[in-house]
Design a protein around this ligand. Structure first.
Ligand code: KG4
Ligand code: ZN
Length: 344
């Protein structure tokens, strides 16, 4: 089954074709980063308009790359939520319009299920069951994944997500949007231990997380230390370095606690913060010490992309085929509440 996937939940238009037999045949991405940069964050209306401009040319590009025509597709998948309503509607309407015109089934996919299963795009892919650490701009969650569609929420963030904390802290340190990667780069120039920040909920004995206090601690530190000439470049780098250590300490500790709690020995890391090099290195080292296998999606499949949506769409369409082209988007949608339709 060959499925075209369309991701348009935020500031990236991602298109891909996934084949249940041949794997990923083609993928393409347009990032709106330069467009939103001037505003210091994503402007939803501009995001939607740009998705409108990009989605069809990108669909043609992935088809050409895979040597296929629209008629060769067996189905179409789009991100149904969570995300920006207007941006989601672009993918949803293009997918349903295309499906209707081609007479092919269309399926709405949960964006986080895409992230959760994105390691299946890699070779070797992890087998089930596994613990998934899902760390994106909007979510910091731990799941026990027993199989496709079988997700048990183990721990959640009580306030800011890890990516959100990276983005907000980056702003506090005067870094441009998107903050996460910029802060990680600055942290590379920092000296370990030169600044001190808390590790929230490290000792909480549950699998929940909280990052808003950490961001406030950075704010307090920056306010206290900023003189008439601002903060020195070295001091900013030291704070970035300590902030990254603090987030990584918490994420590593919680991921290991989730493995202990479930008795599982496979860990999958997904979502944009999964691109963070310190997190990857620390988890890999911790896993090597404990006979735990850790899987990371390729860097390009950590952040938003169409490949993960095409993949989940293909898995879903192989199970059951939706009856009509009625559609809605779900800007707020908990993955734990996902109901998977099964073939009768
Ligand atoms: O999964 P994603 O692309 O989009 C969402 O679904 O939210 O994640 C985006 C988040 C942003 O908060 C971004 O700052 C963060 O992932 N991010 C990073 C890195 N690359 C992206 N955070 C830390 N280090 C990185 N290298
Ligand atoms: Zn995402």
């Amino acid at each position: 089954m060959r499925v075209l996937g369309i991701e348009s939940s935020c500031d990236e238009t991602g298109l891909a074709i996934y084949d249940t037999r041949g794997g990923l045949l083609a993928h393409a991405l347009h990032s709106q980063v330069t467009m939103h940069e001037a505003y210091g964050g994503v402007v939803p209306e501009l995001a939607s308009r740009d998705h409108v401009r990009r989605v069809v040319p990108l669909a043609r590009r992935v088809l050409a790359e895979a040597g296929l025509n629209f008629a060769d597709l067996d189905g179409i998948a789009y991100t149904q939520g969570p995300g920006l309503a207007g941006a989601l509607l672009v993918g949803a309407s293009v997918a349903n319009g295309l499906g209707f015109a081609l007479g092919k089934p269309v399926v709405g996919v949960h964006h986080l299920e895409g992230h959760l299963l994105s390691p299946l795009l890699s070779d070797p892919a992890p087998g089930f069951p596994f613990v998934a650490l899902l760390v994106s701009g909007g979510h910091s969650q731990l799941f026990e994944v027993a199989g496709v569609g079988r997700y048990r929420l183990l721990g959640d963030t009580l306030d800011d997500a890890a990516g959100e904390a990276f983005d907000k802290t980056a702003k506090l340190l005067g870094l441009p949007y998107p903050g996460g990667p910029a802060l990680a780069r600055l942290a590379g120039d920092g000296r370990s231990g030169a600044a001190k920040l808390p590790r929230p909920m490290l000792e909480s004995r549950d699998l929940d997380m909280s990052f808003s206090g950490l961001k406030t601690a950075v704010l307090t530190l920056v306010r206290r230390e900023t003189g008439p000439d601002g903060l020195s470049a070295q001091r900013r780098a030291d704070i970035a370095c300590e902030f990254q250590h603090a987030v990584v300490d918490v994420l590593v500790a919680k991921a290991l606690a989730a493995l202990r709690a479930t008795g599982l020995s496979r860990l999958v890391v997904a979502g944009g913060v999964g691109a963070n090099r310190e997190l990857r290195a620390r988890l890999a080292a911790a896993a090597a010490e404990r006979r735990v296998e850790v899987f990371f999606p390729e860097l390009e499949f950590c952040t938003d992309n169409g490949a993960m949506i095409a993949l989940v769409g293909a898995l879903r369409l192989a199970q059951s085929v939706p009856a009509d082209y009625a559609f809605s988007v779900r800007p707020r949608w908990e993955l734990a509440s996902l109901e998977i339709p099964h073939a009768p």
